[in-house]
Design a protein around this ligand. Structure first.
Ligand code: DLL
Length: 440
């Protein structure tokens, strides 16, 4: 396979451009099989479907899935570690687990066939984002229980790339390797990519003028402004990739480099719905809500109507790249990431969108949440650019607070810290420091 980086290139063109009615027929065929497999092999699904009075035989159209109960992270936790497996444990050849900040982690298992599907959707995603066979891929996603490292790794190999399996950390060494190996593609969280750019600038290494072309950035919410910042500081096109361990890992959806306007969700492998998180009812087509995903090709651990908690919108408007798979619009954050500050709902990524690009401050920030009386308050910690005199910090802070109030509608305090003071991340950035008293 050869293709110039600037030409549209698809890893599986016949699937990626399939006419939508044909795609829907394929989804229905696969849906029937996977729901039957889940019912026959997982006690949890059988009990839940029976209790809801639905059977796999009820699936006559794709909309019939709406009659089936949702699956949640708590269901996975409740069946820790292997209770949601739908095949004998010996056929599960890999497990991953999500960190789980509270309680038990959630475990996910893969058969050989599942890993094959994962590599396929990741290869497709990388090609869609502008990676090409023969490219050098610098993979700074963490290797281990987190799905980022191995997911990107196998996908890049499947596409025919050369992979540097560097994982996160030791940023100066990362930069040396990227430079010496002439990497064309960088895979990392967007926050870590920003740190890489910053360290390269500090150590005088010119990444911007080099062969690096594409940034495969995801695993955390990020804003258009951060995209512009990364484009400019690394001399690349920064492209968004989405996924979650419970479903498969990275590669559930990816933006195309042509449009960079929403992520194509691979609908031959996943069925997407958007629901009202309060009522569980489907929202009108194109409206915002919680993304619900059913895996159409995952045998070790099928997920039927998994509630991701991720807030987004779906569109199946035609895309400039020619792919027909519907697009998930940028995920602004999880339901549970939403803060209520003095009665106003706000996601950290909304604040980010308006902080970046302000003069005198670096694009690093943290939101500190405290409780005052019955109200939650927010302090935005930002960082001054090198060389900005300290006596200007209070006036910059005032401008930041006013700007956030004007753009996001939230009253907050702002504090300007000295360069380097906001913690940097090697994986997912910690955007919120929650200092509220914990409920006992
Ligand atoms: O973060 C998988 C991944 C790895 C995706 C590398 C992309 C790149 P988890 O650790 O299970 O899996 O976290 C999944 O992260 O439900 C979202 O809330 C968030 N997330 C992932 N990608 C994006 C994105 C990986 N592009 C959770 N934009 C998901 C916004 C994202 N949020």
């Amino acid at each position: 396979m050869t293709a110039k980086p600037t030409e549209t290139f698809m890893f599986s063109p016949e699937i990626e451009t399939m006419a939508r009615p044909q795609l829907a027929a394929l989804q229905l065929e696969k849906l029937k099989k996977i729901v039957r497999h889940a019912y026959d092999n997982v006690a949890h699904y059988r009990q839940r479907f029976d209790a809801a009075g639905v059977s796999p035989d009820d699936l006559k159209t794709l909309d019939d899935i709406q009659r089936f109960p949702f699956t949640t992270k708590d269901d996975l936790r409740g069946h820790y570690p292997f209770g949601m497996f739908a095949v004998p444990r010996e056929q599960v050849i890999r497990v991953h687990a999500s960190s789980g900040t509270t309680g038990k982690p959630t475990v996910v298992g893969y058969t050989r066939e599942d890993l094959d599907v994962w590599s396929e959707v990741m290869a497709r995603s990388l090609a869609c984002m502008g990676a090409r066979p023969g490219d050098f891929v610098h993979n700074a996603y963490g290797y281990g229980l987190f799905t980022g490292g191995l997911g990107a790794h196998y996908g890049a190999e499947r596409l025919g790339c050369t992979v540097t399996p560097v994982s996160g950390g030791n940023t100066e060494r990362q930069i040396v390797l990227m430079k010496d190996f002439e990497a064309q593609v960088l895979c990392s969280t967007p926050s870590y990519a920003l740190h890489i750019a910053e360290v390269a600038e500090k150590t005088g290494v010119d990444i911007k003028g080099g062969p690096l072309r594409v940034g495969v950035f995801g695993a955390e919410p990020w804003s258009e402004n951060l995209r512009h910042e990364l484009d400019a500081r690394l001399g690349i096109k920064a492209v968004d990739i989405y996924g979650l361990s419970e479903i498969i890992g990275p590669g559930v959806a990816a933006e195309c480099i042509e449009a960079r306007a929403g992520l194509h969700g691979w609908e031959d492998c996943f069925l997407f719905e958007v629901i009202d998180p309060e009522t569980g009812d489907p929202v009108l087509h194109g409206e915002q809500g919680e993304l619900v995903i059913t895996t159409l090709a995952k045998w070790a651990q099928p997920m039927i109507r998994y509630r991701t908690r991720d807030i987004t919108r779906l569109t199946d408007e035609p895309c400039a790249c020619g792919r027909t798979h519907a697009r998930i619009l940028r995920v602004t954050g999880r339901n549970d990431d939403m803060l209520i500050i003095r009665g106003v709902n706000v996601y950290p990524s909304q604040v980010e969108a308006h902080l970046l690009g302000l003069p005198s401050i670096e694009p690093h920030y943290q939101l500190v949440i405290q409780r005052e009386g019955s109200m939650d308050t927010m302090t935005v910690e930002v960082e001054a650019k090198l060389g900005v005199p300290v006596d200007q910090y209070p006036s910059i802070a005032k401008k930041v607070a006013n700007h956030v109030k004007a753009m996001v509608g939230v009253t907050c305090r702002a504090v300007v810290l000295t360069p380097g003071e906001v913690p940097r991340s090697q994986g997912k950035a910690v955007r919120v420091r929650d200092l509220r008293p914990k409920a006992i």
